[in-house]
Design a protein around this ligand. Structure first.
Ligand code: A3P
Length: 346
């Protein structure tokens, strides 16, 4: 199921049922194709529903849009292009914000002359503007792909499980990483909102903490995911740009410029003088995006607003006891020993 590349489609949700039906049929076929392989894998308890499966050193959900079956299908069929740009994150590390910023940066001339209210980020969720390869694989109409321009995709796939063609194509990757304690808190709230929506029981914070500390969360262990990309960013800084949520929050202007330069869309002096960088930051701010996404759902039924909670650095302090915090600090220190990875506390 290669993702078509030379087409252009308008944003978001498949408007007709026909598209949605095809997409769901593709997913069912894929889940079915790999179900036997899942039987052989170790299982852990899922955060949202069902089990997690250990595959190539990481925990994955099954039978969901972002799932182990999709990773297997992508590994077999996905074709990257040298000009592609991939935004890589662990869930709850600021994916939605990075998607919005990169979409706004790369497409800034395309929407320049439009009235502001028609900018895609003012009418749809960043996840609909810039899709995950894990979800795009099931679609027949690619989202926002423009002929002869880089394809912008996101993914949560760990480095060692990326489709071979992404590794070989020479394309660029941006990795956004966040303080593990804030990832834990954000994931805990996200999982409970989705459990609540499907009528499930709430997860206690202690349980979330235990699982996270053992590395058992979707796409975890957290530390291994981060280390995989950090290592490549040191070996080949032109391939992987490694940034943290905390640094982006602290100095958004310089980070937006850095992101733009890395993907070959640097701001001109004129643009800087005209305040284009600040305009993009405003458009993608938590305040603006959370207002735009107050209502409605993504096409898989997930409410738009679950991706916007507080958008702050350090909310972990309101959830973790001193003992929990020290435990996670100890694990992080051990796992990141000798690596230059730290998180600004704002
Ligand atoms: P909190 O739960 O700590 O508030 P992801 O996009 O990877 O799912 O991550 C979600 C986290 O990013 C949530 O963190 C969410 O509030 C925050 N977030 C979403 N949009 C943001 C934005 N525009 N700026 C900063 N943070 C944002």
């Amino acid at each position: 199921m290669p993702i078509a590349s030379h087409a252009f489609s308008l944003p978001s949700v498949p408007k007709c049922n026909h598209e949605g039906k095809k997409e769901r049929a593709n997913m069912t076929l894929t889940f079915d194709r790999y179900k036997d392989r899942l039987q052989m894998l170790s299982k852990g308890k899922g955060w949202i529903t069902g089990n997690l499966y250990m595959y190539q050193g990481f925990w994955h959900q099954s039978m969901r849009r972002i799932s182990i079956e999709t990773v297997m299908a992508l590994q077999e069929t996905f074709k990257a292009h040298p000009k592609d740009i991939y935004l890589v994150t662990l869930p709850k590390s600021g994916t939605t914000w990075l998607k919005a910023l990169m979409f706004a940066i790369v497409n800034r001339n395309r929407y320049k002359n439009n009235s502001l209210s028609t900018h895609p980020l003012l009418i749809s969720n960043p996840h609909d503007c810039l899709p995950f390869i894990e979800t795009e694989i099931y679609r027949n109409t690619p989202t926002y792909v423009h002929e002869n321009e880089p394809r912008l995709f996101a993914t949560h796939i760990p480095y060692n499980s990326l489709p071979q063609s992404i590794l070989e194509s020479g394309c660029r990757l941006i990795y956004l990483c966040r303080n593990p304690k804030d990832v834990l808190v954000s994931m805990f709230h996200f999982a409970n909102k989705l459990r609540d929506k499907s009528g499930g029981t709430m997860m206690a914070f202690e349980e979330a903490f235990e699982s996270f500390s053992k590395g058992v969360m979707p796409l975890g262990p957290y530390w291994d995911h981060v280390k995989g990309y950090h290592e490549v960013s040191l070996e080949d800084p032109r391939k992987v740009l490694f940034v943290t949520y905390e640094d982006m929050k602290m100095d958004t202007v310089n980070h937006v410029k850095r992101l733009a330069k890395f993907v070959g869309y640097p701001f001109t002096e004129k643009e800087e003088v005209e305040g284009v960088v600040q305009e993009i930051i405003r458009l993608c701010s938590f305040e603006n995006l959370s207002e735009v996404n107050k209502h409605g759902n993504l096409r898989d039924g997930i409410p738009n607003n679950v991706f916007f909670r507080k958008g702050e650095v350090g909310d972990w302090a309101n959830h973790l006891t001193d003992e929990m915090s020290q435990n996670l600090d100890r694990i992080t220190k051990e796992k990141f020993h000798g690596l230059d990875i730290s998180f600004n506390q704002g």
